[in-house]
Design a binder for this molecule. Structure first.
Ligand SMILES: [Zn+2]
Length: 244
């Protein structure tokens, strides 16, 4: 697998997905499938670097796919792009993952993050996820090898049920998602080059400018290791309705 033949699904074309997909288009990834059901708002522009003033009111997926196609051409790459104006949900997951080699997740709520993590673990598709709130955030790469490699549930266990801030509710600082999105792209490129990215967990604190990298290992009592998750039943991710 080379980067030019790698097909990437980008879940969320917002603060993380914008810089991540831009870097991948400019690096010459084979295909970018952008999934987002949101529209561009003025408040997005400071951190969602794919969009300009003229895009306010337009749908993000279509706009992102057009901009990414152009950026790839300008960099001399034949990258193809595709917009899917929907959300990553239990009943859209299989279709969105079809033909995909790697998933780059930058959703703004925990329910979608766990849904993407579970879908990728069940389908054995490598996944690079990230999240950020205010000045700090994380990025995690999971190769999702069978029977059970590292997954997001090895690290974060489950959707927080109490009131937890997400970037959708608390906001996030532009440069923080810029750093994390670029890291996600870097991990995707590394994976395409057959570097081992499995279990790399980065934490970034923007105010202190501190980036830490450590390697996390699969947990034997992770629900995926125990075989406790075999499907994407919607009630497991019900919080997504409230969170986004
Ligand atoms: Zn796990």
């Amino acid at each position: 697998m080379s980067l030019g033949s790698t097909r990437v699904l980008v879940v969320g074309a917002g603060g993380l997905g914008s810089p991540a997909s831009r870097a991948l288009a400019q690096a010459g990834v084979g295909h970018l499938r952008i999934v987002d059901d949101d529209i561009v708002e003025v408040s997005n522009l400071q951190r969602q670097v794919l969009y300009g003033d003229e895009d306010v009111g337009a749908d993000k997926a279509t706009t992102a796919a057009r901009v990414l196609w152009t950026l790839a051409r300008e960099a001399g790459h034949p990258t193809s792009t595709e917009a899917v104006r929907t959300r990553f949900l239990p009943d859209t997951a299989a279709e969105l993952l079809a033909g995909i080699d790697l998933v780059l997740e930058g959703a703004d709520n925990f329910a979608t993050k766990f849904l993407v993590a579970d879908a990728c673990a069940l389908a054995a598709i490598p996944c690079v996820q990230a999240g950020a709130v205010r000045w700090s955030g994380w990025a995690l790469a999971c190769a999702n090898r069978r029977p059970h490699g590292l997954c997001m549930r090895c690290v974060f266990e489950d959707i927080p049920r109490d009131r937890v801030e997400t970037c959708a509710t608390a906001g996030v600082v532009g440069p923080v998602v810029g750093v994390l999105g670029a890291l996600q792209a870097r991990l995707a490129v590394a994976w395409a080059r057959r570097e081992s990215i499995d279990g790399r967990l980065y934490s970034y604190h923007g105010l202190e400018g501190r980036l830490r990298r450590r390697r996390v290992r699969p947990r034997a009592d992770c629900p995926h290791a125990r075989g406790a998750i075999q499907d994407l039943r919607p009630e497991r991710y019900a919080a997504s309705c409230a969170a986004s």
